[in-house]
Design a protein around this ligand. Sequence first.
Ligand SMILES: [Zn+2]
Length: 56
Amino acid sequence: MTEYKRVKCINCGEENPRKLHEEQDKNQVLYYSMQGTPVYKYKMKCGSCGTKFDKA
Ligand SMILES: [Zn+2]
């Protein structure tokens, strides 16, 4: 059984996955790859109200 994680906007309560987009947060580097490329933390962005929030 696969677990489906429902993401919900913390501001407006949008739950439609087509309106919630993953976005790299360029202020938060998680680590650097062996090529020296920064790997950023991902945040969710709500397409309805524009709020960015952490994934649960
Ligand atoms: Zn929202």
